[in-house]
Design a protein around this ligand. Structure first.
Ligand code: PLP
Length: 369
């Protein structure tokens, strides 16, 4: 079977095998990682190793903290403005789809105001605004964007900022960049130094649900509002080693196994990126070569991780989904808010899965098209 779920998503087979080996009795300690105190020496070693491996993979500079927190990426829609609006100002957003819109809605709900610095609403979220179309408000405190819109299948092909890599508001003041990278983190190398805050729900490219990784530049640890819930505080999380309270211990451990798989089995993020390029290219080429399947996204903004597509005859959708599942191709149904199909090609989805999908699609078209 191959699992194309958008999240919680497939995990690498090698990771699942290792987790199974260690599940009941972790390295002869007589207990499972699930049963360990998060303050124990064994668990702290697991947690610290995971952070080191993530730092290695993404070449995270020393002036960034890595936080392992909870509440999903959705909680960060609230935690981020609480942490960055302590000195006033307005949260600015590039709106490219459903997830970015939810982040805007939460900022407005909490603080009454949020500025849309650019939006792809006019083109139906089929092409990301160009860098020069992003106009910050005069009181912008930070700019937030969604690197990859998981539902629409729309991915940024650049990091916002000018040629020098800076983001400036009209009065010339530099503004930090915050990014929801839930569905694209670890899909390839990244210049972390361009960002103030990166956050990602784990349940796509990192590990199981229940964990959020946040990468925060040091100077942004002290911009928080005094009235924020203490569990939201990047400063407090950083000082407590992400253990203000009991963290999502098992998800954190499994994330560590995924990081080791990326380093040792895949050979790092450049190698991962090359594989992801091949997978996405293969599927988009099959879609483009057919009159029967289509994807509406501008080629340069087509997501490598989430490939939505529709059939020329939508009445065949149910048959497509039933037959693909029978063929062992799982979870190809599009998000309930948009319908159609969606194949998520996260890191753990092997090239053979894409081959099997493309073969199935050609066969289905021949029989039913
Ligand atoms: N942001 C993006 C880009 C997502 O894909 C998702 C979930 O799929 C979320 C935010 C919300 O994540 P969570 O369910 O962890 O709150």
């Amino acid at each position: 079977h191959y699992n194309f779920c958008a999240g919680p998503a497939a995990l690498p087979e090698a990771v699942l095998a290792r987790a199974r080996e260690e599940m009941l009795d972790y390295r002869g300690r007589g207990l499972s990682v699930m049963e360990m105190s998060h303050r124990s020496g064994d668990y702290v070693a697991i947690a610290e190793q995971a952070e080191r491996d993530l730092r290695d993979l993404l070449a995270i500079p020393d002036n960034y903290r890595v936080l392992f927190t909870q509440g999903g990426a959705t909680q960060q829609f609230a935690a981020l403005p609480y942490n960055l609006l302590g000195a006033g100002g307005t949260a600015n957003f590039v709106q490219t789809g459903i997830w970015g819109s939810k982040a805007i809605k939460e900022a407005r709900h909490l603080f009454g105001d949020a500025a849309v610095a650019a939006s792809s609403e006019a083109n139906g979220h089929t092409a990301v605004p160009r860098p020069e179309d992003i106009v910050l408000s005069s009181d912008a405190a930070y700019l937030h964007y969604t690197a990859n819109e998981t539902i629409g299948g729309l991915e940024f092909d650049y990091i916002p900022g000018n040629d020098a890599g800076e983001l400036r508001r009209p009065d010339g003041r530099e503004v930090p960049l915050a990014c929801d990278m839930s569905s694209s983190i670890l899909s390839g190398p990244l210049d972390v130094s361009r960002f103030g805050v990166i956050y990602a729900g784990a349940q796509k490219n990192i590990g199981p649900a229940g964990l959020v990784v946040a990468i925060v530049r040091d100077d942004l640890l002290d911009q928080g509002r005094a009235d924020m819930p203490s569990l939201f505080s990047y400063r407090a999380l950083a000082e407590a080693g992400s253990m203000i309270n009991t963290p999502a211990t098992y998800s954190w451990y499994l994330a560590g196994l995924v990081f080791q798989w990326l380093k040792d089995d895949i050979g790092g993020l450049a190698a991962m990126s090359a594989i992801n390029d091949r997978k996405a290219a293969r599927l988009y080429a099959a879609i483009d070569a057919s009159e029967f399947y289509s994807n509406p996204i501008a080629p340069r903004n087509r997501s490598r991780m989430n490939v939505p597509f529709v059939l020329a005859d939508s009445r065949l959708e149910d048959a497509f989904l039933a037959e693909s599942e029978e063929a062992g191709l799982l979870n190809l149904k599009g998000h309930r808010s948009v319908g159609g199909m969606r194949a998520s090609l996260y890191n753990a989805v092997p090239e053979a899965a894409v081959e099997a999908l493309v073969d199935f699609m050609a066969d289905f078209e021949k029989r039913r098209g």
